[in-house]
Design a protein around this ligand. Structure first.
Ligand code: ADP
Ligand code: ZN
Ligand code: ZN
Length: 803
């Protein structure tokens, strides 16, 4: 008897543990930990992950596994264990932890087939399997199960004769191309060629091709290269001289681009000093976290590349995380350029099918490097030699839904399991990371200067209040306007940066100050010029801009503030000759649009690139000599204790875009708060001073990195119910924690209502609380039972968004 412990796909408190199932005799040797199975659960059949196989169970009367879903494990042992860790750290359900590790194609409704691997003939299989592959090279999963073929097929999969396809309702088809290959030896082909009648010119030509080149070729390509018809090929196939078959090609999103191969650059002294301890850690299989602190352009990426090289030489693998928005072709090129086909790229721009293809390359060990956004941290490598997180301060590394994990924590946990180093790279490290480096928890490595000693661009702060006083009501200061004109004359490029799409473009009455807000959520609606509509970014509510003010009936109600569209309009008025490319969520929605716009700008098709934060990163064009930040304040006034840090990071980041090459760069930062330290210190790009100042603020207010935070958010469609429930939770938390912990609340969330649900919070600040996890779990458990009452409780440990 064999028993499997299964985590079932029923995300609830009561089911958040392994259930035992009997493995039917026919699959005793087939089912392994890390595979998915279908099991009966109550009256239903559900999916589950096998996490363990054992000889017996403490329970009696076990039910049987209905069927396996995989022929090979989709999660390896390390990832299975990581799931436990993730569950504890983020208070999520085990099933959520496992599901987040898989590509979407394996999560959605699937259709599964077993297929002959490319180049394999049915006769290569054991004879029992022959009949199934006589007429076709694919077998439905149902047929596999009905004919009890799992154990046999498993062996063939292991040998590489068969492979499993997951198709998401026809959406994720493997891309197949028709190829043709010789079916006889070269000698036989030669003989056949001689025997052909003299007028069979074309057939001869094809045979000659294969006589000289005994390689398969894509049918399309052969036809066009030799200028023959498909009938010619068909004749040769019928004569059994050639053979046609379909093979899988990976949907390669970077197919049409050639990657210029690069080789390692001789390192500068600063780089050599920085890389040495990392190489040493790789050499000795020693886990350590390095904080690589260097301004943009200081040569961090070259260090990443050379450490990865070392890892590959040792036969190991590397994971590189970059923020989604800097996963630009430029960034990808640097990795593909150095390591070519050994690189898999995972990002949200890929279709589910493309993601699955890239994931499989990792799973099958066809690649050595995975470059991707947050979720790439779960790349199913088994022999990791380094994990690199570029721009480690980026908040997008934190996932905001269950499981609410931070990729940095996962990276460190995995690296610990693999005894390998982690590199956290940044020009503006998060306060948490820098503080850890100060305390020698992380090892600080600095690259103090830009490559070739390029000076940092000169940064000038412009006080917009002064502008107003001087009678300038435009969104462009006199200085910025002057410089834009200057660059236009010099035929150099400028980048204008506006924080967030339509962030401040709300609709307001100029007479009475009435602002149009969402009827469901307590936030202002965002104006969109297309169709003159207003949208709520939380619930999707839409409406037309009113003709008169609903409050005072004034006609002077219109959109206000500066969305990218408005800036574009204004530019058209003041610099009509300038060619502008606008990049924001609206212009880059379609696949590939982002790349195309950047390419146009790089090719000099525009003078000014105007955009939201998506242009703040990765841009590295030699002709950019001016960067303008239209309003540095938008981020500063968010209700978030990290707003100063984010402002400083952003301004530094943006400034780094100017003058990265021969031409010197200038940066203009427009602001209404020129005296704020995060803006002032961005002028000199003085991270150390900023760090000291900000640490003082954090210390006074008991914020990270001095304290940890956990936020409990309670929502209900009745205000009083939300308040009362939060009140109870606050009292309970206070009773469970030490007097060192600060428990705040109940307080209305910064966005007090979303989609007609009131939102209240309890904020916990603490240093070390042995009881905390248990307390939080209890709260979640208790409130799951109240879910029927319409009460919803969520907990975010180490939150990045406090709203
Ligand atoms: P970062 O990642 O810190 O922004 P990069 O690695 O992109 O810095 O380096 C900035 C520029 O300097 C790039 O164009 C890179 O090719 C170049 N570079 C990096 N290291 C060297 C080196 N050792 N010798 C010459 N050029 C280098
Ligand atoms: Zn009004
Ligand atoms: Zn809304």
């Amino acid at each position: 008897m064999k028993v499997a412990s299964v985590i079932v796909d029923v995300p609830a408190k009561q089911t958040d543990r392994a259930f035992d199932y009997l493995i039917p005799a026919e699959w005793q040797d087939s089912i392994q930990p890390g595979m998915r199975v279908v099991v009966p659960f109550g009256p239903r059949n559900v999916q589950g992950f096998v996490i363990d196989i054992k000889a017996e169970s403490e329970f009696q009367k076990l039910r049987e596994i209905i069927e396996p879903m995989d022929l090979e494990p989709v999660l390896n042992q390390e990832l299975l264990a990581l799931g436990d860790w993730l569950t504890e750290e983020t208070l999520c359900y085990k099933i959520s932890a496992y599901q987040v590790m898989l590509p979407p194609a394996l999560k959605a409704k699937y259709e599964k087939k077993v297929k002959l691997a490319s180049g394999v003939k049915s006769t290569d299989l054991p004879s029992v399997l022959h009949p199934f592959f006589l007429k076709k090279d694919c077998l439905d999963w149902a047929e596999v199960l009905n004919n009890r073929l799992v154990p046999l097929m498993q062996k063939e999969v292991a040998k590489g004769h068969l492979e499993v396809l997951y198709q998401v309702k026809e959406k994720v088809k493997k891309k197949l191309v028709k190829i043709v290959r010789p079916h006889q030896s070269t000698d036989q082909l030669q003989m056949a060629a001689k025997e052909l009648p003299a007028n069979a010119e074309k057939q001869k030509q094809v045979l000659n091709y294969f006589i000289h080149c005994n390689e398969p070729i894509e049918v399309k390509q052969l036809i066009s290269e030799l200028n023959v018809s498909s009938t010619t090929l068909k004749t040769l196939v019928e004569k059994k001289l050639l053979r046609e078959e379909e093979i899988e090609v990976y949907r390669n999103p970077y197919k049409n681009r050639t990657f210029e191969r690069t080789s390692p650059l001789p390192l500068t002294e600063a780089q050599r000093n920085a890389i040495k301890p990392i190489l040493n850690s790789i050499e000795t299989n020693h886990h350590e976290v390095f904080l690589l602190f260097g301004v943009t352009g200081s040569g961090k990426t070259e260090i990443y590349l050379q450490t990865i090289q070392k890892v590959i030489e040792k036969g190991k693998e590397a994971i590189v995380l970059v923020p989604e928005i800097s996963l630009t072709p430029q960034m990808v090129n640097r990795f593909k350029g150095r390591f070519g086909d050994l690189v898999a790229v995972l990002h949200s721009g890929l279709s589910a099918g493309e993601k699955y293809d890239e994931w499989r390359k990792i799973q099958r060990k066809e690649v050595k490097v995975a470059v991707g956004a947050r979720s790439a941290i779960f790349a199913p490598f088994e022999n990791i030699g380094i994990i690199i997180i570029d721009e480690e301060h980026e908040t997008s590394y934190k996932q905001e839904d269950m499981p609410r994990y931070h990729a940095k924590d996962v990276a460190i946990e995995r690296a610990r399991n693999h005894n390998c180093p982690v590199i956290l790279g940044s020009a503006t490290p998060s306060l948490e990371s820098f503080a850890r480096a100060q305390k020698k928890v992380y090892r600080l490595l600095s690259l103090p200067v830009r490559m070739n000693n390029q000076p940092l661009p000169s940064v000038e702060i412009v006080d917009m209040r002064e502008e107003l006083r001087a009678g300038n009501r435009s969104m462009f200061s006199r200085k910025l306007f002057e410089l834009l004109k200057d660059r236009l004359e010099k035929k150099q490029q400028s980048v204008l940066f506006l924080n967030k799409r339509g962030h401040s473009s709300f609709v307001m009455c100029r007479d009475c100050g009435f602002v149009v807000t969402c009827p469901n959520c307590d936030i202002s609606l965002t104006y969109h010029r297309a169709g003159s509509r207003m949208k709520c970014h939380y619930c999707g509510y839409e409406s037309y801009v009113p003709k008169v003010c609903p409050e005072c009936s004034s006609e002077y109600i219109r959109y206000f503030g500066t969305g990218t569209q408005k800036v574009e309009d204004e530019l058209g008025k003041i610099l009509p000759e300038a060619r502008v490319i606008r990049m924001d969520v609206d212009t880059t929605g379609r696949k590939g649009a982002h790349e195309r716009l950047l390419k146009d700008f790089q090719d000099g098709k525009a003078d000014i690139l105007l955009g939201t934060q998506m242009i703040a990163k990765g841009l590295d064009f030699p002709n950019i000599t001016l960067v303008g930040v239209l309003s540095a304040d938008t981020m500063l006034h968010l209700p978030d204790f990290r707003s100063s840090e984010k402002t400083f990071q952003l301004l530094t980041q943006v400034s780094g875009r100017a003058g990265r090459h021969q031409l010197p760069g200038e940066v203009i930062i427009q602001t209404y708060s020129p005296d704020h330290y995060s803006i002032k210190l961005a002028e000199t790009q003085n991270y150390d001073l900023f760090y000291q100042q900000e640490m003082m603020v954090r210390k006074i207010h008991h914020y990270p990195p001095f304290y940890y935070l956990t936020i409990i958010t309670v929502t209900h469609d009745e205000l009083m119910a939300a308040v009362a429930a939060t009140e109870k939770i606050v009292t309970y938390v206070r009773s469970q924690l030490s007097s060192q912990a600060v428990v705040l609340g109940p307080a209305a969330s910064p966005i007090p209502r979303i989609n007609n649900r009131y939102r209240y919070q309890c904020l916990i600040k603490y240093k070390r609380e042995a009881n905390l996890t248990k307390t939080l779990k209890t709260i979640l458990d208790q409130h799951q039972n109240h879910a029927k009452n319409g009460l919803h409780v969520s907990i975010d440990v180490n939150p990045f968004i406090l709203m």
